[in-house]
Design a protein around this ligand. Structure first.
Ligand code: RP5
Length: 178
């Protein structure tokens, strides 16, 4: 069922409700690639292919998947349906694919009843990127190499802000406290 072939056993499963979600969910896959985390990517819909979704999630844990990322738009039940079938952490990404621009997906993904947690990210690409990062952070709890990579990522991100600030300061004059 997995669509992405990798040499190592995948640790993260990225599921999306439709191939139209792929340009957004590719952001999560990119983060995992950057951190060298083996993962798989597939389309399975909570509404259009419920049996496929259930089958995938039930087998995922047995195959070594430790974290699941689910992206869906509209009446977005995918993350919740996946969370109902697993004890692994589930990260939900609301996709802005409907007339309501993702507010519907955000609420459908976040407003889970007590007992079935879904870690819900921001709407769209930022949410997908953060889903990838959160998956890395979860795996890093027991993986010191990943932990070091995350620390370096934070440092690089902070340096990038300083670099951008220097450009802006050049135009407007350097502030004394930076
Ligand atoms: C949702 O419906 C999918 O996750 C997607 O965001 C949205 C639209 O799907 P398509 O009609 O583009 O396949 O289930």
């Amino acid at each position: 069922m997995a669509t992405k072939k990798q040499s190592k056993r995948p640790l993260v499963g990225i599921v999306m409700g439709s191939d139209s979600d792929h340009p957004i969910m590719a952001e999560a896959a990119k983060v995992l690639e950057d951190f060298g985390v083996p993962h798989e990517v597939l389309v399975a819909s909570a509404h259009r292919s419920p049996a496929r979704t259930q089958k995938y999630v039930r087998q995922a844990g047995k195959r070594g998947i430790q974290v699941l990322i689910a992206g869906a738009g509209g009446a977005a039940h995918l993350a919740g349906v996946i969370a109902a079938e697993t004890i692994s952490p589930v990260i939900g990404v609301p996709i802005d694919s409907s007339a309501l621009k993702g507010l519907d997906s955000l609420l459908s993904t976040a407003q889970m009843p007590g007992g079935i947690p879904v870690a819900t990210m921001a709407i769209g690409k930022a949410g997908a990127k953060n889903a990838g990062l959160l998956a890395v952070q979860i795996l890093a709890i027991r993986n010191s190499a990943l932990s070091k990579k995350l620390q370096q990522f934070k440092k690089d991100q902070a340096s990038a802000v300083e670099k951008k600030s220097r450009k802006v300061e050049k135009q407007h004059g350097k502030i004394t406290s930076s």
